[in-house]
Write a protein that binds this ligand. Structure first.
Ligand code: APR
Ligand code: ZN
Length: 372
């Protein structure tokens, strides 16, 4: 079949809308009609060359759709099922999956490394040329093919444009607060970077009952959203000294949990400096490949700080994603408010420009408005 797709042909170039051939799903694979796809900063990292991908390729890893067809051997899905893409397809029975940390499962490493399916071929082509997959999802396309391990079934009563956001930003952010840091009632929290993911760290910390949540961002609109998502205080580090503000709000100690949600060496260092003795610095932002940060081991030892990374919010995906959707249904998790803008596929580059300009929380490409 043919489908329109946004294709990354070269780094630091806008995406191109191509009409591609989409092959039928092979063994263990599922063909999905994409309904909605969120624009995440990680896509931009690929576009800017901060992260490596085999090109040309179809980005997009935060999305939801409906199963169109299944390949041989697929037992868990059937046509018509609403599904969420998981950008870390997991096997379900290895050491990490059994530990409840499927995002650490190595099963889908070959997909990410090669941009091809497990049999070494791609399901997208144009004029006989291979068009590659990114993160085994590639949902900036009307149709995509993924391994069945890269899908979770969705309940039928959650609109797919909202559910899509749970495929990356929401789970990554809320999970960073709940599962990576383990924020508890009464804790103090700093979130540096209040974009699509950072706002979710804030709402995760609020859900956990943190008493102080400081949102830091260089864009005024982001600080307003931060307050809407539960920040008790906000700071623009270009206008105020962030460390001074943090100290003045924490009896000079620093916060229990400081999250960096941008992916920059200097802000990771800021987060570490703002963490109290015995507290935790959580790195959520993806720094460009090759970035390093200096760490004073003596300070680490004396301060007993923890610095930790988190991928996909350290969530136990098949357990926690349904729980997040239940929280949305119960009115406890904000998804509607995250969507600043709905776009047609042809407008996708405008969406990334808006992300760079800081004027949106999340933009979502909606492929067929009638199925909302
Ligand atoms: N200090 C504070 N905030 C900053 C700074 C800075 N020096 N530089 C950028 N920001 C803010 C931006 O204004 C923006 O609001 O960081 C935010 C980043 O948000 P988005 O661009 O919406 O990115 P998001 O999708 O939230 O992803 C953030 O997490 O998963 C990773 O790959 C993702 O590295 C990315 C990070
Ligand atoms: Zn993402």
């Amino acid at each position: 079949m043919r489908a329109r797709a946004a294709v990354l042909t070269e780094v630091r170039k806008p995406l191109e809308i191509w009409e591609v051939d989409v092959d039928p799903p092979k063994h263990g694979e599922v063909l999905v009609r994409v309904v909605a796809a969120g624009l995440c900063h990680s896509d931009l990292h690929y576009m800017q060359g901060d992260l490596e991908a085999v090109l040309p390729a179809v980005p997009g890893h935060e999305g939801a759709g409906v199963v169109e067809a299944v390949g041989p051997g697929v037992t868990r899905f059937q046509p018509g099922d609403p599904v969420l893409f998981v950008f870390r397809a997991f096997c379900g029975h290895c050491f990490y999956c059994l530990e409840g940390r499927p995002a650490l499962c190595d099963f889908s490493n070959p997909l990410r490394r090669t941009g091809r399916m497990f049999d070494g071929t791609t399901r997208f082509h144009r004029d006989g040329q291979d068009v590659h997959h990114i993160l085994g999802v590639s949902c900036f396309a009307e149709y995509t093919v993924v391994p069945e391990q890269g899908l979770l079934k969705l309940p039928s009563d959650v609109p797919l444009d909202r559910a899509a956001l749970v495929g990356c930003g929401v789970t990554t952010g809320v999970g960073a607060a709940l599962f990576a840091a383990g924020v508890e009632v009464g804790d103090t929290v700093l979130v540096i970077g209040c974009g699509g993911v950072g706002l979710n760290v804030i709402q995760g910390a609020a859900l956990a009952g943190a008493r102080l949540i400081i949102g830091a961002d260089v864009v005024a609109q982001k600080l307003e959203w931060a307050r809407q998502f539960g920040a008790t205080h906000t700071v623009n580090p270009r206008e105020q000294d962030l460390l001074e503000v943090v100290r003045s709000l924490t009896q000079g100690r620093g916060v229990d949990h400081a999250f960096e949600v941008i992916g920059r060496a200097d802000t990771i260092q800021q987060a570490y400096a703002a963490t109290r003795k015995g507290g935790t610095t959580v790195v959520v932002g993806l720094a460009p490949m090759g970035t390093t940060i200096p760490l004073d081991p003596l300070d680490l030892l004396r301060s007993e700080k923890t610095i930790k990374g988190t991928v996909y919010g350290t969530a136990n995906l098949p357990r926690d994603i349904p729980r997040l959707l239940d929280l949305y249904r119960a009115g406890r998790l904000k998804l509607d408010e995250l969507i600043s803008r709905r776009l047609r596929l042809e407008e996708i580059n405008e969406g990334f420009e808006a992300m760079l300009a800081g004027s949106v929380a999340r933009s979502v490409v909606v492929f067929d408005a009638s199925s909302d």
